[in-house]
Design a protein around this ligand. Structure first.
Ligand SMILES: [Zn+2]
Ligand SMILES: [Zn+2]
Length: 287
């Protein structure tokens, strides 16, 4: 069967400061530890590593999660708040582990803030990975890591209202717009529930990401959408259209966090009621 039995996702790092449980640290960034259960076997996949390893290591320890059991690391994109912990995490894991990312995640990345250029890419040279046991798997295409689990690869931009804004990269010496082609998500087909979409920041657009998940998995209906939806700077209209399209997917569980933004989360709760619940550091969800 092309599906897993169950998934348990623990939020190792997320932004929201309050309320935070004792001993856990919240910080701008994201890291999800996912246990993918199929046929009595568990595969552990770490999606993103937060802004620094100390936080991921401390929080996972507090949550009783042993990161040495990680079988795969997937990086949703190259921004520091998702990749900064990679080196330290690999050092801790201390065994060969594939690190799946889009090649453009390694490009220099910037945002313009108050007319100033701020570096937001991978905070260490990729050559530093050579001393670790991480095996880089640079991939633009969709890949399946086991039956029922896909890493999206580059996400097709089809939705007319989702545009990437505010990011820059370098082409030679020239500063150019960064369309965030490296942005990718995780697609799971889970038991009787169906399609679960797990995003990092959804820079490619939440609806574009869902469309890709539907195409790849062959499931029209979506059961759950979890992660950063990158609507923090989105206008009213984009939030409205996103909610409209989400509703059309029949989604049962919406778990926004990180860069979704307070305004969009409030609108999602208004539209979906109990079906929508914000995720914070230390939260665990099971599908
Ligand atoms: Zn980002
Ligand atoms: Zn982010």
């Amino acid at each position: 069967m092309n599906r897993i039995d169950k998934v348990r996702l623990a939020v190792l790092v997320e932004d929201t400061k309050m309320p935070i449980r004792y001993g856990l640290v919240a910080k701008h960034g994201l890291s999800f530890f996912t246990e993918l259960k199929a046929g009595g076997h568990t595969t552990n996949l770490l999606m993103d590593t937060g802004p620094s390893a100390d936080i991921v290591l401390q929080n996972s320890h507090r949550l009783g999660i042993d990161l040495r059991k990680v079988d795969y690391i997937v990086l949703s994109h190259g921004h520091y708040d998702h990749t900064g912990g990679l080196l330290g995490v690999l050092k801790f894991i201390d065994k060969k582990v594939p690190v799946i990312l889009h090649p453009e995640a390694l490009k220099p990345k910037f945002v313009v803030k108050k007319k100033r250029l701020k570096k937001v890419g991978l905070p260490f040279p990729i050559s530093e990975l050579e001393g670790s046991k991480g095996i880089l798997s640079l991939n633009r295409r969709t890949s399946s890591i086991m039956p029922g689990v896909w890493v999206s690869g580059e996400i097709k931009r089809v939705s007319p209202f989702e545009r990437v804004k505010g990011f820059k990269t370098k082409k030679g010496d020239k500063l150019v717009d960064d369309n965030m082609l490296d942005d990718q998500a995780l697609f799971l087909k889970v038991g009787k529930k169906g399609l679960c979409v797990i995003t990092g920041c959804a820079h490619a657009g939440l609806i574009n990401t869902i469309r890709q998940a539907q195409r790849i998995t062959g499931s029209r209906e979506v059961y759950a959408v979890v992660g950063g939806f990158h609507l923090a700077n989105a206008g009213r209209e984009r939030i409205r259209e996103t909610i409209e399209e989400l509703r059309n997917t029949g989604v049962r569980a919406i778990k926004p966090c990180h860069c979704t933004g307070k305004k969009a989360i409030a609108e999602l709760i208004k539209a979906f009621g109990e079906r929508c619940k914000q995720l914070r550091t230390g939260d665990v969800v099971e599908f």
